[in-house]
Write a protein that binds this ligand. Structure first.
Ligand code: PEP
Length: 257
């Protein structure tokens, strides 16, 4: 089955809700509806922007979707500062990133926590974008494929085959390429994305592996998106810095379509 290209913009901790509204309006204006037949576009703003974006997307019937950058593994309770799956679902979030390397590094999230968050997302009907990726020293020692496939399998632990097939998105994000301007070569990115698909096939079967979208992330921009999505196993991109500029992001989405 042909997998539809997917571009997700991870805004990280940028843009207040007024700036968020302006950016979504610019993207909506610059990316004609015809493109959405070929590419799914989602934006992942900070929590404080989600309500404003929901109002805009619903009110203007925009074709882009939106989501969040994190969620709590818990549904509710005494977890000061956290935001839960039910809260995000109520706001219409379609996706949530889980296991981003910045969460793994700055918030010490290990595979067990990542797995709990993946399950929490699925429980509430939000599609997790499970991020995996190796540090530079792991790549240099040749352990990158094993490292990433291990993170993948650990992140999906306990999920039913149907849940993986229908709800999960994978993002391969080499840590050394995130926000550094140093993009992986298409061959390097394809090597890992292909191995991740292979690991999905081994664990869940060929049909599932054929269905799940595997994205690449790490210094993606309009200048390199075409060669990345031309690879057999790269179905789109998780875009950080370049997703904050309307012109650049819409150009990138149009080129990916
Ligand atoms: C990211 O935040 O997931 C990312 C890939 O960032 P950048 O595109 O800026 O490297």
């Amino acid at each position: 089955m042909a997998r539809k290209t997917f571009i997700a913009g991870n805004w990280k901790m940028n843009l207040n809700h007024l700036e968020a509204i302006a950016l979504v309006q610019k993207i909506a204006f610059a990316l004609p509806e015809k493109y959405y037949a070929k590419v799914d576009v989602t934006v992942l703003p900070p929590f404080t922007d989600i309500r404003s974006i929901q109002t805009l997307v619903d009110g203007d019937k925009l074709l882009m979707s939106y989501g969040a950058q994190d969620l709590s593994p818990h549904d509710s309770g005494a977890y000061t500062g956290d935001v839960s799956g039910p809260m995000l679902a109520k706001l219409g979030c379609a996706y949530v990133t889980v296991g981003h390397s910045e969460r793994r590094e700055y918030h010490h999230e290990d595979d067990e926590v990542v797995n709990k968050k993946v399950r929490a997302a699925i429980k509430h009907g939000i599609r997790p974008i499970l991020c995996v990726g190796e540090q530079l020293d792991v790549r240099e020692s040749g352990g990158h494929v094993e490292h990433c496939t291990q993170q993948l399998i650990a992140g999906l632990k306990g999920l039913k085959t149907e849940q993986v097939k229908e709800q999960v998105v994978i993002a391969y994000e080499p840590v050394w390429a995130i926000g550094t301007g140093r993009v992986a070569t298409p061959a390097d990115a394809e090597e890992v994305c292909k191995a991740l698909r292979g690991a999905l096939a081994d664990k869940y079967g060929a049909e599932v592996a054929d269905e799940v979208r595997v994205l690449y992330g790490g210094s993606v921009k309009s200048a390199n998106i075409s060669e990345l999505v031309a690879c057999d196993n790269i179905d789109g991109a998780l875009v950080g810095g370049a997703s904050l500029q309307a012109d650049e992001f819409t150009k990138l989405c149009a080129l990916a379509a």
